[in-house]
Write a protein that binds this ligand. Structure first.
Ligand code: ACO
Length: 325
């Protein structure tokens, strides 16, 4: 008998305030058509002045818990993937633990930028499959708007705020791909590529967080290459083909990156979940936001085979194969 981590609940939250491409074109020299043609993004949600990352995360966690039918007391852990914690310390996940009223277990943050949700999912899966925990929440939550220079058109157009969460629970499996839950994860990073997307400073280098700089075309090229490699790795390790995948749920950074992967693997477009047009790149929140949208509208159903992948600054990237339900 093998232990699996089944995803038994999902929830997400987007702040109310929306900034459209047209709004952005009032701030910087850009146009709606340029942004759509290069990224597929139409709008982004932005946290209000008093909304913190933990507020977004809390709303997503409550919805995920509700959809799971479990309560806070059933949880053994919270892992929050975020690059935009409320404070440098304590962690956003311990803040969430307090806000949720969870009095046992453990909570910590993972920082792998846009790769964060896959990293957090893989770590959570290890706790559950090794029997160290029965149940927990993985939440990706970001207020990327706070890191942006709103006068820099090359990056301001790309990001948004939001949160998404899943509840994981231990389930017995046979050790085969027919099991429910997380079937496989792969993680990668390449620190030689730190400089193609970075914040220039941080508390350890003397200032709060500096400025975001990005070599856009390099990021684009590496994203297509490395995410393609990650999908290839997952398919060849499991012996599956792209036809076996019911839903491809990629990191929602840029529609052109998603389309390049879809073309390479010949995923039919009706099996690809895309939400980037509605909320831009929400970093670690993007995959659970897309998952929640597709579960809520009935596309992803119990028993479906779902392939997730993401890449972010670092570079960090990875993939996860999940049988839903
Ligand atoms: N509006 C109008 N023009 C713009 C804008 C803008 N917002 N930004 C740049 N331009 C101009 C440039 O100045 C340049 O003008 P020039 O030809 O007169 O010099 C021209 O448009 C082309 O610029 P490029 O940078 O070559 O544009 P490109 O087609 O590469 O698109 C983009 C830029 C959208 C950033 C693209 O490189 C990209 O998507 N890269 C991936 C970045 C990404 O997704 N980052 C997110 C984090 S990592 C992750 O999550 C995967």
């Amino acid at each position: 008998m093998n232990k699996r981590s089944a995803i038994i609940g999902v929830g997400s939250f987007l702040p109310e305030k929306i900034i459209t491409n047209h709004d952005l074109s009032q701030l910087v020299d850009t146009t709606h058509d340029w942004i759509v043609s290069r990224t597929g993004i139409h709008q982004r949600h932005v946290a209000g002045d008093h909304e913190k990352t933990s507020d977004l995360a809390l709303a997503a966690c409550k919805k995920a818990l509700k959809s799971s039918g479990r309560g806070v007391d059933d949880l053994d852990f919270i892992i929050c993937a975020t690059t935009t914690p409320d404070q440098i310390f304590p962690s956003t996940s311990t803040r969430l633990q307090g806000l949720l009223g969870m009095s046992k277990g453990f909570a910590f943050d993972i920082q792998a930028v846009c790769g964060g949700f896959i990293y957090a999912l893989a770590v959570a899966n290890n706790f559950i499959t090794t029997g160290q925990a029965q149940r927990g929440i993985v939440v990706g939550a970001e207020t990327m708007s706070r890191l942006l220079d709103w006068n820099d058109r090359s990056t301001a157009i790309l990001f948004g705020d939001g949160a998404g969460a899943v509840v994981l629970e231990a389930r017995d499996g046979a050790g085969s791909l027919a099991d429910f839950g997380i079937l496989k994860t792969f993680l990668h990073s390449d620190g030689q590529l730190n400089d193609i997307l970075q914040m220039t400073e941080g508390p350890g280098s003397g200032t709060c967080f500096g400025t975001m700089i990005m070599k856009g075309q390099d990021v684009f090229r590496h994203a297509v290459e490395k995410l393609g490699g990650a999908i290839e790795e997952m398919l060849s390790d499991t012996g599956l083909t792209a036809d076996d995948i019911d839903w491809f749920v990629p990191h929602q950074a840029n529609e052109r990156i998603i389309d390049a992967l879809v073309k390479r693997f010949d995923f039919p477009s009706h099996k690809v979940i895309k939400t980037v047009s509605l909320h831009a790149n929400t970093s670690a929140a993007s995959i659970p936001l897309a998952l929640d949208a597709a579960v809520m509208d009935g596309r992803i159903k119990k028993g479906d085979l779902v392939l997730l992948d993401a890449l972010g600054a670092g570079l960090t990237w990875g993939s996860a194969l999940v049988r839903w339900g």
